[in-house]
Design a protein around this ligand. Structure first.
Ligand code: ATP
Ligand code: MG
Length: 806
């Protein structure tokens, strides 16, 4: 036991060993919140205060949940972490709904719609109801539905303020009916349905008695529905009041940092930290102020940045870890140069022995990852992207999953629509519209509607498809195929594999499909199913009256067949399966996804106004504060080294953007910071690869692009160590204010190119324009020109024959 507690400081020790009462732990980044929470769970179990099944612990991202489970596994190696109710809100709600599907009014094999599936379902319903999609775009309706659910509102409970809301509420009702009929739930529904389930007195009582301790990490990001769900779990009073401080109540251990609240756009409210004090009356409030993660340069940067925010609960972070490395800021000419700089830095780190998993590249928007990925790929560095296009979201994998979903639930219309004519079976749009019409006439699913259809040229083909699905289902059930065997069989029997094998460019897709069989294999082993467990056999639903001991003896997921379980996992943890796993990889992710994680070396890229802070937040003080908190999260991920960068021009969403550097850079302290000067050139191979990438992204680029300059590889220099008065000295001995570094670099570029920014120019083919960017020198110099009538082009100066106009 002493081993468990010995590495804690006094405040952490106190937090871990609190009596069985509610507590709020308010602490800054890297102060050991997650460590305290995990150690408390271990301590509660090891001291015999509770059984593992009497603890519920929740956090926000799958990665954070995995991390928590892994840390606990280290603290108590003998524990079977699968028995713990530990996970994300969505994961835990899914589990509860599976156990109590009948009470929740759901079929045992209900399927989960991810956001894309939800959107396509809404689009289909809008079409079926002949709704004007100009006035009611599917995306708007999707937001309306999700926000209503997150506010705990069913369609019939909405009180419309105007005709538009009225119409949206009606469409929401249509959507609700449809989901119910086809046995599917979206992400928001998982939470709302589970919250409603706990409205059942017996059930609520069962769980309130069962869970003696509820522990919540990242509490600052709970949204109102999650908060209400927690209250139902923890408070004796169904209204959520009650006196949680009384000994009869569940002890809630909430851990959070108001400075890291980054989900206000999804309804999270920092106020919950304040409400918690009033409503749960925690017996203990503990602040942790010692940071164990970062050196003082990094910590000071984070502290000074966040001091620009108002409305903070106020904390002071200190560290004993020394200064750590200097923080570097790199002003890149373009996003390509930025990516190359990042890759060079990563290479150096790897050479110095830093493990790849300890290196992270963070960005504000997913769209930024492509250029970074390309540069890493070119450099032969293994990387892994969280978010973006995830394994389970790839087209071919989603098709295979759709077939598997139809095995599990034939009424899943979204899955049906996805594969009814894939591979092609000659079933056209008109037939499907007819089928949808029949389905709404008979208030049934598309699959069931086939037997009601009487006419239609493609009816026999529809029937053949329905029969094929029946046959596949029967074969799987009768042969007792395991999950990997089922996946393998479905790939073949559906024709999917053959389809992609016949495609000219289908090799990657075939590999991904085969990887799905591996994923199924890994899942079965990881979840502790018997190797020969039939994929499609549902264990009898667990009876609420079953004793806790009996529940302990069972795997928590027993109400799900391995197939249902695998499908839930694919929907909920889309990003977390690492294909061909095992290799250490550099981690790429958005700042949002990095919450709670830490890395030895961190790059934060794209620090430009309009990107980070995001353009939607620039004129809204509250949103700007949230962006600043996001930057605070990003900075505090770094343990030893932190590097920041921005690009003068960036290709994003098919457009070249020019933005000044982020205001956040100006909010950092001078000490410990070093601005680098941009590098001048790249290797031939680098440009070759980048050109292909750019050409793909920017079809607007002119042919001169192909002949663009390829300057010789330039040595990059950096300014001398900073002086505390905010000045730096460059190699030529020129002293300038650190923030003038960019202007100095720009002036140098202008001298090299022989053109100034904003210079008006004339080109024989493209007409008049003005110079907006430049790079390279001598015969390699290029300028970017915004033409009045021909868009924006990069031109090689020695070829383009540009004339200056005064
Ligand atoms: P975040 O706000 O980013 O979620 P956190 O407050 O949850 O951070 P942890 O992730 O728990 O912080 O801890 C940060 C790092 O400090 C981890 O590497 C952890 O192991 C280490 N750490 C925490 N407490 C101690 C301690 N008492 N002694 C040594 N290392 C510690
Ligand atoms: Mg944490």
């Amino acid at each position: 036991m002493s081993d468990l507690l010995k590495s804690l400081n006094a405040e952490q020790h106190r937090a871990v060993t609190l009596p069985d009462e509610s507590a709020l732990i308010l602490a800054g980044a890297g102060s050991g919140k997650t460590r305290v929470l995990t150690t408390r769970i271990a301590w509660l179990i090891q001291t015999g205060r509770v059984r593992p099944s009497e603890i519920l612990a929740v956090t926000f991202t799958n990665k954070a949940a995995q991390e928590m489970v892994a840390r606990l596994g280290v603290l108590i190696p003998t524990i079977d972490t699968r028995r713990l109710w530990m996970g994300t809100f969505h994961g835990l709600c899914n589990r509860m709904l599976r156990i109590h599907a009948p009470e929740a009014g759901l079929p045992a094999s209900f399927q989960i719609l991810d956001s894309n599936d939800q959107l396509s379902t809404i689009k289909r319903l809008l079409k079926e109801t002949n709704t004007d999609t100009e006035s009611y775009p599917a995306k708007t309706l999707q937001t309306f539905i999700n926000e209503s659910k997150e506010a705990g509102l069913r369609a019939n409970a909405i009180q419309p303020a105007n005709a538009i809301d009225q119409k949206c509420a009606e469409l929401y009702a249509v959507y609700e009916t449809h989901c119910q009929r086809t046995g599917v739930v979206d992400f928001a529904e998982l939470l709302l349905r589970c919250y409603e389930l706990l409205g059942n007195d017996d059930l609520r009582h069962h769980y309130q008695t069962r869970f003696k301790h509820v522990l919540v990490d990242e509490f600052q990001d709970t949204n109102p529905l999650q908060y209400a769900w927690l209250k139902r779990l923890a408070c004796r009073d169904p209204q959520g009041r009650g006196n949680p401080a009384s000994s009869a109540s569940t002890a809630v251990f909430a851990v959070g940092d108001d400075d890291q609240s980054i989900y206000a756009f999804r309804g999270a409210k920092v106020d919950h930290m304040l409400h918690f004090s009033e409503e749960f009356q925690p017996s203990h409030l503990i602040k942790l102020e010692q940071n164990y993660r970062s050196g003082s340069f990094i910590l000071d940067a984070a502290n000074q940045l966040i001091a620009n925010n108002a409305e903070r609960l106020g904390k002071n972070l200190r560290t004993d870890a020394g200064t750590g490395d200097l923080i570097y800021i790199y002003p890149a000419a373009t996003d390509l140069y930025e990516a190359n700089w990042v890759v060079e830095g990563i290479r150096t780190k790897l050479k110095a022995g830093c493990p790849a998993n300890e290196i992270a590249v963070l960005y504000r928007s997913n769209a930024q990852s492509r250029v970074l990925e390309h540069a890493l790929f070119q450099a032969g560095i293994t990387y892994r992207v969280y978010g973006g296009l995830r394994f389970f979201e790839r087209q071919e994998v989603k098709h295979a999953l759709a077939y598997l979903r139809l095995i599990d639930n034939p009424n899943d219309d979204t899955a049906w629509m996805r594969v009814v004519n894939f591979p092609t079976r000659g079933i056209g749009q008109r037939t499907l519209e007819q089928l949808a019409h029949t389905a709404s006439e008979y208030a049934c699913s598309l699959c069931a509607a086939v037997s009601f259809m009487e006419t239609g040229a493609a009816l026999p083909k529809l029937k053949t498809f329905a029969r094929l699905m029946d046959e596949i289902r029967q074969t799987i059930d009768q042969s007792g195929y395991t999950l990997p065997e089922t996946v393998d069989y479905v790939l073949k029997a559906s024709g999917l594999l053959a389809h992609y094998e016949a495609e000219r460019e289908g090799r990657d897709r075939v590999e991904n499909l085969q990887e799905l069989v591996n994923a199924a294999n890994a899942f079965v082993t990881g979840m502790g199913y018997a190797a020969d467990a039939p994929a499609h056999t549902v264990a009898p639903a667990k009876n609420m009256a079953v004793t806790l001991e009996a529940e302990d003896a069972l795997l928590p997921e027993t109400p799900m067949s391995p197939l249902s379980h695998f499908l839930s996992h694919a929907a909920l943890e889309a990003g977390d399966y690492q294909a061909r796993s095992g290799q250490a990889a550099v981690q790429l992710m958005t700042v949002h996804a990095s919450k709670g994680l830490e890395f030895a070396a961190v790059w934060i890229t794209g620090l430009e106004e309009g990107l980070f802070p995001h353009e939607n937040s620039l004129y809204h003080p509250k949103s700007l504060q949230e962006e600043r908190r996001l930057m605070y999260v990003a900075i505090t991920r770094a343990k030893q080294s932190l590097s920041l960068s921005f690009a003068n021009s960036r290709m994003l969403h098919g457009q070249t953007r020019y933005h000044p550097h982020s205001r956040f850079l100006d909010e950092l302290p001078d000490t410990g910071l070093e601005w680098l000067a941009p590098k001048r050139g790249f290797t031939e191979e680098y440009f070759d690869g980048m050109e292909n990438l750019v050409a793909k992204e920017d079809s607007d680029m002119c042919e001169e692009k192909e002949e663009s300059a390829r300057p010789a590889y330039g040595r990059h220099y950096r300014s001398a160590p900073s002086r505390t008065n905010g000045e730096a000295v460059n190699q030529n001995g020129l002293t300038y204010k650190r923030r003038d570094a960019q202007q100095a670099a720009q002036a140098q570029r202008e001298r090299d190119a022989g053109f100034a920014l904003k210079q008006r120019v004339f080109h024989l083919k493209f007409g008049e324009g003005k110079v907006i960017n430049m790079e390279g020198q001598g015969p390699g110099a290029r300028v970017q020109v915004q033409f009045a009538h021909s868009g924006t082009k990069w031109l090689a100066l020695d070829k383009a024959k540009l004339e200056k106009i005064n």
